[in-house]
Ligand binder design. Structure first.
Ligand code: PRP
Length: 216
């Protein structure tokens, strides 16, 4: 890519946008107004700096866009990075936003038997299988993209592995958290090849994000 083209930063849509707004401002990145409008159907946004543009994509896709060079930088949850383990990504800054946890949950009061095989509904089959394998249990994962919390009540699987923030979704669906698998936060991610070819520009942006986090 010629250095005359803008750098693209991929960011996840959804609730993280509110936390991202002050962080971007402290990093001196000022997106066009519609970027923070969740109802806007646009996917690509300009910023005040003609050399920086933003794309707004699904959280799991941020890592894919950056790993394959569709964007040079991204803001990505550590859950996604753990699940995919992309070798082409460099993760220099913990942005200290998007805090939540990845947890195992079951129906409230569920009497778990000692099992060598369990069924789990999740968006995170790799993390889930590793977690259960460490306990000598084989996890059969039913991969869903959302609404995992429905799975136990409709007989799909007794367990779910999903993100928990306030815990309200679990409670509203009659579930209880039984183990925290890992704590999550958002990371700044960089495409390694782009970091080599556009080192000065990207290193400058990394520094701006680092300062923005420290100033928070
Ligand atoms: C996430 C997650 C849970 C919920 C947990 O979904 O998958 O369903 O948030 O949050 P809580 O503990 O505060 O209730 P999100 O709302 O981001 O939507 P998604 O299902 O599209 O991922």
């Amino acid at each position: 890519m010629s250095s005359a083209q803008p750098l693209t930063i991929a960011v996840p849509k959804g609730r993280i946008l509110q936390e991202l707004q002050p962080l971007l401002a402290r990093a001196q990145i000022f997106p066009e107004e519609s970027f923070f409008d969740e109802h806007s159907r646009a996917l690509k946004f300009a910023t005040k700096d003609p050399m920086i543009s933003l794309i707004r994509v699904r959280s799991f896709d941020v890592a894919t866009f950056v790993a394959f060079g569709g964007a040079q930088l991204g803001v990505c949850g550590s859950d996604v990075l753990m699940e995919h383990d992309y070798a082409d990504l460099y993760m220099p800054v913990d942005l200290n936003i998007g805090h939540c946890r990845l947890s195992l949950a079951q129906p409230k009061g569920y009497a778990a038997k000692s099992e060598s095989h369990v069924r789990v509904a999740t968006k995170y089959p790799n993390i889930t299988q590793d977690y259960f394998a460490q306990k000598g249990i084989q996890a059969e994962c039913i991969k869903l993209s959302g609404a995992m919390e429905l799975a136990p009540s409709i007989g799909l699987a007794p367990y779910i592995v999903d993100l928990v923030s306030s815990g309200k979704t679990l409670i509203a669906n009659g579930l209880e958290e039984v183990a925290v698998i890992t704590q999550i936060s958002s990371r700044l991610i960089i495409n390694r090849a782009a970091f080599k070819t556009r080192n000065q520009e990207i290193a400058g942006l990394i520094e701006r994000f680092r300062e923005a986090v420290n100033a928070a």
